[in-house]
Design a protein around this ligand. Structure first.
Ligand SMILES: C[S@@+](CC[C@H](N)C(=O)[O-])C[C@H]1O[C@@H](n2cnc3c(N)ncnc32)[C@H](O)[C@@H]1O
Length: 263
């Protein structure tokens, strides 16, 4: 496991992560496009479609960053709240949402609001949202389990819980190649684009500590979520977790996995 100045386990974790995203906010979208060859846009749209929200639905997008998933959920017709604790990322999200509307490139069907707050202490009542999403955010929380618990708390019975994040491929050869890219190549790209070497080396460090496909699914199972499924994207280097909050009583807790390339 590697160390990184932005990764500090325990109570200081949030403060460090917040300082990282405040620092990279102006470069964040450019780097996302570079690192994923634009594929992150497809994965985020897919996540929003899977949330199955339409007019009269309320959706919450946690760790919304610059607002890609928040906006995609609004395009599906939902009334959406995007929440993040980084003021700079939220500033970028508000600017982008306004620009997208002004340029008439896209008109969201549902209203969009951005709120500054902590994903581990959500300022919302129990059972408020039809869908709760988190894209590239769960890995950054001090506790994956507590993050999922908060998502579950604010979801309505039958509400959808969706997580998009980096994954860990099952093949050890692939894991090693992927680890090399994250450790050696990504920090260089971060430096060249003035996003910062350490800031982008943080991806590999945070992934080392993230339970990824199997661990997140197991936690969902323990929390008694239902209809849990894991979709592997790009050979498992990324993944989407989908689950439902039980309508009544405990869930079944079975997990389905499907290996799929990015679509
Ligand atoms: C990698 S970015 C993801 C942004 C966006 N969801 C996306 O997919 O592009 C992670 C975001 O999570 C936010 N974040 C991390 N921990 C958080 C917490 N505890 N509460 C709220 N936001 C948090 C960061 O500020 C950052 O904007």
């Amino acid at each position: 496991m590697t160390s990184n100045p932005y990764f500090v386990p325990g109570p200081q974790r949030a403060e460090k992560v917040k300082s990282l995203f405040d620092a990279v906010a102006s470069r964040y979208d450019l780097l996302n496009d570079l690192l994923s060859f634009g594929l992150h846009r497809l994965w985020k749209k897919r996540l929003a479609r899977m949330a199955n929200v339409g007019p009269s639905c309320r959706a919450l997008d946690l760790c919304c960053g610059t607002g890609d998933v928040t906006f995609a959920l609004a395009m599906e017709g939902a009334e959406v709240v995007g929440l993040d604790f980084s003021g700079k990322m939220l500033e970028a999200a508000r600017t982008r949402t306004k620009r997208r509307k002004q340029q008439h490139r896209a008109t969201p069907q549902g209203p969009v609001a951005y709120v500054q707050g902590d994903a581990l202490r959500l300022p919302f009542c129990d059972a408020t949202f039809d869908a709760v999403t988190i894209s590239y955010g769960l890995r950054n929380l001090a506790s994956v389990e507590n993050g999922l618990r908060e998502m579950l708390r604010v979801a309505k019975p039958g509400g959808r819980i969706l997580v998009l994040d980096f994954g860990k491929p099952d093949s050890s050869l692939l894991r090693r190649c992927y680890g090399f890219i994250l450790r050696q190549v990504v920090p260089i790209l971060g430096k060249l684009s003035r996003g910062g070497t350490e800031a982008y080396a943080y991806i590999a460090t945070s992934l080392d500590h993230y339970p990824a496909q199997h661990g997140v699914a197991e936690t969902m199972k323990r929390l008694k979520l239902e209809n849990i499924s894991v979709i592997n994207l790009l050979l498992g280097t990324m993944s989407i977790h989908y689950a439902k909050k039980p309508v009544t009583g405990p869930g079944h807790g079975t997990v389905q996995t499907s290996a799929q390339k990015a679509s």
